[in-house]
Design a protein around this ligand. Sequence first.
Ligand SMILES: Cc1cc2nc3c(=O)[nH]c(=O)nc-3n(C[C@H](O)[C@H](O)[C@H](O)COP(=O)(O)OP(=O)(O)OC[C@H]3O[C@@H](n4cnc5c(N)ncnc54)[C@H](O)[C@@H]3O)c2cc1C
Length: 299
Amino acid sequence: MLDVIIVGAGPAGLSAALMLGRCRRYVLVCDSGQPRNASSRAVHNFLTRDGISPKEFRQIGRDQLQPYTNVELRATTVTEAVREGNSFAVKLADNSIHTARSLLLATGLIDTLPNIEGFSQFFGAGVYSCPYCDAWELRDQPLAVFGQGAAGEALALQLLQWSRDIVLCTNGPSQLDAREIAFLTHHEIRICEEPIARLEGFDQQLERIVFADGSVLPRRALFLQTKPQRRVELLEKLGLKMPERYQQPIAPGVFMAGDVYQTRWVSGAVADGAELGVLINKELQKEDLTRSYRSFKEE
Ligand SMILES: Cc1cc2nc3c(=O)[nH]c(=O)nc-3n(C[C@H](O)[C@H](O)[C@H](O)COP(=O)(O)OP(=O)(O)OC[C@H]3O[C@@H](n4cnc5c(N)ncnc54)[C@H](O)[C@@H]3O)c2cc1C
């Protein structure tokens, strides 16, 4: 039986695998190849790797696990997970079954986008959710913000740090009161309530927003708040729910790391994975020492 099965080989899962590998734990890491930032061209704000492509970042992570022969990486989906007494059984896409003493879910999340033509196509290449990740490259450029009410207003004001040419596109009624509108106007942020028909661009790069009335707004990029959906299918298959407050393990032997649980950054996910690696190792060691102490007393 394995010590740990890690579901997800993004920054969180790979970081946990490195820590556990160095603890001489027997680990299986499975990944279905759909990382959150798959559409992004570059990872920013990760010291020593600023600007690296997400693909290369993960490849370096996988390469650095090579010397740890006690860690196996598989490109596959974990389709089922069940508790069997004090251990867990998981089923992979090829129907093979693997058992482990503990389970780390590092499955990430999915950003749900508005159902408007072009949003998915340009996500990560002109449509962004995080100014801290992507706005520096777009400094002083014409930008749009997609959003309504206080959330749209806050994001538009936040982006002033990077550009003074901002249009808030509310895709219908702005849901802003007179004071909010006056404050945005004071900062020369234009509000456009016309519904968006589609986003257009060239060579995977956003160039303009086309509105329902046929008008066109040239923009280098559009920022929005996505609706994040945690990938908790396996947690539910184990009969568990997301805890209301931070707790690890989520249930005996079940741990979560990275964006699926609490982080929103590559650096945060890496740190979280490392912390969880230590925690899982300590829990396993506690079990081993308790068992050995019991048999020692019985001798
Ligand atoms: C467009 C965009 C740009 C971004 N830019 C930056 C940036 O510049 N800097 C930054 O710090 N952060 C950035 N982020 C955020 C960053 O992508 C995440 O914080 C980070 O990827 C979280 O790592 P993770 O390991 O938790 O999840 P992920 O990287 O999403 O990895 C989760 C993995 O789990 C796998 N998985 C899920 N379910 C299963 C299953 N059942 N079986 C097997 N595998 C499974 C998935 O395939 C995936 O590979 C960006 C996000 C987006 C959307």
